[in-house]
Design a protein around this ligand. Structure first.
Ligand code: HEC
Length: 273
């Protein structure tokens, strides 16, 4: 009889488990839900602490210097609508949540009278101006660029938006600041990102570099006999061309064969310098 009781209990437990599992199975089939790739909500204002770890690992922002020449003041005026809740742009405009922005380009950072800047921006701006580069970085992600700023704005991810708004800010002056030197801008661009549009300038800027590289290479091959002389090849890596020529004269007695080949090489070098 005991075992009969036990069987009843065991059967009912198993039965419940079976029913729960099949319910689960059936409801999964009916209410199948997929996790969306992007969350349906976006939080605009980043807190100064927490949630920043992710922000920091983002890719560095692109430079705007090369884009400024072709940036659109009108488009920038459109972008400025996103700032208008907190900033005024007209001459003599008042401070709102943020300081008045008329004439901000090349103005000292955190310098508008009567505005209560955050300690973070005041400290960051010590001795600095709002150059194009500074504006570009700040407007990219204010809270990342100046940790602790009170500007509650997520930033302008699109490099063209940033170029346009900065072009607009630049126009807000009786004497707009000069645009960045296009060649410097191109060099900037070549360094940080390959940006089309300035391909021609970029090539010019790079012309010199390969020439030098060739010179060092041909030296290196001239001294391929340097394998006999590990010191010489080490100083090669040191990159200093003058070291090489020194090494050449030092080594002359040691490697008679190579000496004649080396001599012209180091003379050429002297000429090119
Ligand atoms: C939610 C309000 C808010 C929005 C939106 C906002 N800002 Fe600001 N902005 C501020 C505050 C507040 C400060 C002062 C920051 C500090 O003291 O750390 C500031 C500071 C600045 C400064 C530094 C000015 C100075 O005198 O040093 C610039 C430049 C600036 N904002 C540009 C912009 C631009 C351009 C936009 C739109 C793309 C924008 N801001 C959107 C609130 C805002």
């Amino acid at each position: 009889m005991d075992s009969f009781e036990f069987n009843k209990i065991a059967m009912s437990v198993l039965g419940v488990i079976f029913i729960v599992m099949s319910l689960n199975f059936v409801s999964d089939g009916i209410f199948h839900s997929e996790v969306p790739e992007e969350p349906g909500y976006l939080i605009e204002v980043a807190e100064s602490s927490g949630g920043e770890a992710e922000e920091d690992t983002g890719p560095a922002y692109e430079p705007i210097a090369a884009l400024l020449a072709n940036a659109s003041v009108e488009a920038g005026q459109g972008v400025a609508k996103r700032c208008a809740a907190c900033h005024t742009f007209e001459q003599g405009g008042a401070n709102k949540v943020g300081p008045a922005l008329y004439g901000v380009v090349n103005r000292d950072i955190a310098s508008v009278d009567g505005f209560g800047y955050s300690g973070a921006l005041t400290e960051y701006g010590n001795g600095k101006q709002w150059t194009y580069d500074e504006l570009n970085g700040f407007l990219w992600k204010p809270k990342t660029y100046v940790k602790g700023t009170s500007m509650g704005f997520a930033g302008l991810k699109d490099v063209e938006d940033r170029a346009d708004i900065v072009a607009y800010l630049r126009s807000l002056s009786a004497t707009p600041a000069p645009l960045p030197d296009p060649e410097a801008a191109a060099a900037d661009t070549a360094e940080e990102t390959a940006n089309e549009g300035d391909a021609a300038n970029t090539e010019n800027a790079e012309e010199e570099a390969p020439a030098n590289a060739e010179a060092t290479e041909s030296e290196a091959s001239g001294e391929s006999d340097a394998s006999q002389n590990p010191e010489a090849s080490e100083s090669d890596e040191g990159s200093a061309e003058t070291e090489n020529s020194e090494a050449g004269s030092d080594n002359t007695p040691a490697q008679e064969g190579a000496a004649s080949e080396e001599q012209p090489a180091s003379e050429e070098e002297g000429a090119s310098q």
